[in-house]
Design a protein around this ligand. Structure first.
Ligand code: ADP
Ligand code: ZN
Length: 432
């Protein structure tokens, strides 16, 4: 049932004690870096001694801008000779940042990854295909070492080349695969082109999906297409990468590993904590990383703590699926819109394919929200009045949800350009 029962089911007060002990260690290491060495609040907290984990609020936040400003060495807290790997974020929202690991850090990360996969029901008897870029992106090596630690037969397939992915799956009897959700629709299309059905022609029973925001509707679609259970995996480079928070077999939110991270949810405007159950910005602190501790990192990811215990018995609290990044939100005609609101509507419609994008444009001095929606092949080639009806239907549904009337463009499957890595959902071409 558990990978490390004693840690995963630790009672809350012992867990807090462990967090305090580990936070103290992390702060002592952190001040060796030039960035945190300049922060008097850390010294003050260490001098007075930490009695409750809430005292973490006495420390300043760390932002992506801090990491960029002190690039490349300003956050390094260890001797360079002890550092064995660096990872760099994919730079979805700007210049990349860098994270360093020593041997301890890599072991600890692999263990968290193994624990996460175990919680989702993956076992050493599984054949695990990691469909994910190996390199600076943490999804490749991050999963790799966890899969090996757990003892599965690993297939480090890398990203792309769908026919080869399918061949690997069939040759070696892959039972579990990891990929980003926006890729899986494409993979499914290639199955169909080859006249194969993943439900019949593979041994897949589990998919691990993560690294980009997706809705519950999108997850259900993926489960249906592949005939599997799909588990949500959350992580970010600043907190190692994958293995930060993961769904257990209950699929009811993501256990965040609190022996390795302190979690806070704050109001992004007031920066004050919000009560459990309320949505806010996720703030995280590393507790078990030596080469580069990161304190109170503002992830920009919006989520909430789900109240109540999980039937699986793990005591680590659960995060709700990420509803978006605060910097994903755009304002059009005075309304705040998150791409996931649009996705939630589209993915419920059986006529709609797997890809969409939102284009913001100024048309005749008016800002407009154009939503390009891929429609499944049979529908696209079918009756024009039906397409017309679908277009109107989507317009109404989106307008009711976001309060802005969108311009809907129904397009052929495969016609929306694909991003190299994570999906790009919004293109802002408005006249500034
Ligand atoms: P970048 O910030 O450049 O994309 P990372 O590869 O470190 O670099 O990506 C981390 C980010 O990816 C997270 O902060 C979050 O926005 C997103 N992310 C990761 N996993 C998930 C998930 N399961 N659901 C939603 N978003 C996710
Ligand atoms: Zn659980």
């Amino acid at each position: 049932m558990y990978w490390e029962q004693s840690l995963e089911t630790l009672d809350r007060s012992s867990l807090e004690k462990l967090q305090i002990e580990r936070l103290t260690n992390s702060l002592q290491l952190a001040v060796r870096s030039s960035h945190y060495g300049r922060c008097p609040a850390i010294g003050r907290l260490l001098d007075s001694g930490i009695k409750s984990i809430e005292q973490i609020r006495d420390l300043p936040f760390t932002t992506k801008d801090d990491l960029r400003r002190d690039f490349p060495w300003g956050f390094l807290a260890a001797d360079k000779k002890d550092v064995v790997r660096l990872h760099s974020s994919s730079g979805t929202t700007g210049n990349p940042t860098v994270v360093y690991h020593n041997r301890h850090d890599l072991d600890s990360w692999a263990n968290l990854m193994a624990r996460s996969l175990y919680a989702a029901g993956v076992r050493e008897t599984d054949v695990f295909q990691n469909i994910c870029g190996y390199g600076l992106f943490t999804g490749g090596l991050g999963f790799q070492y966890g899969i090996e630690k757990l003892g599965c037969l690993s297939i480090p397939a890398g990203a792309g080349n769908s026919p080869r992915q399918i061949k690997l799956m069939r040759d070696f009897g892959t039972t579990v695969a990891h990929a980003i959700p926006s890729y899986l629709g494409r993979l499914f299309d290639v199955f169909k082109e080859e006249d194969l059905d993943p439900r019949e022609d593979t041994r897949l029973h589990t998919l691990v999906i993560g690294a980009e925001p997706h809705t519950e509707e999108h997850r259900r679609r993926i489960e249906e297409m592949f005939g599997v259970r799909a588990f949500n995996s959350f992580g970010l480079s600043e907190m190692n990468g994958p293995g930060v928070a993961f769904e257990c077999i209950e699929q009811n939110g993501l256990h965040v590993w609190e022996d390795a991270f302190v979690v806070e949810i704050i109001d992004p405007d007031t920066l004050e904590p919000v009560p459990d159950g309320e949505i806010g910005e996720l703030v995280m602190t590393t507790l078990d990383r030596q080469a580069m501790p990161v304190i109170r990192f503002r992830t920009r990811d919006l989520t909430r703590i789900l109240p109540g215990p999980c039937p699986c018995g793990r005591t680590h609290r659960r995060l709700d699926r990420i509803s978006g990044r605060s910097d994903d939100m755009f304002i059009i005609k005075g309304c705040n819109v998150f791409p996931m609101q649009v996705e939630g509507i589209l993915m419920k419609l059986p006529e709609v394919g797997d890809d969409y994008r939102i284009i913001l444009q100024t048309i005749e001095d008016q800002d407009e929200m154009i939503v390009e929606v891929e429609v499944k092949k049979d529908w696209f080639r079918g009756d024009l009045t039906l397409l017309d009806r679908l277009q109107k239907h989507i317009t109404h549904l989106i307008r009711d949800e976001v309060l802005v009337r969108p311009l809907i463009r129904l397009v052929e499957p495969g016609s929306i350009p694909k991003a190299e890595g994570k999906a790009v959902r919004v293109l802002d071409q408005r006249r500034k």
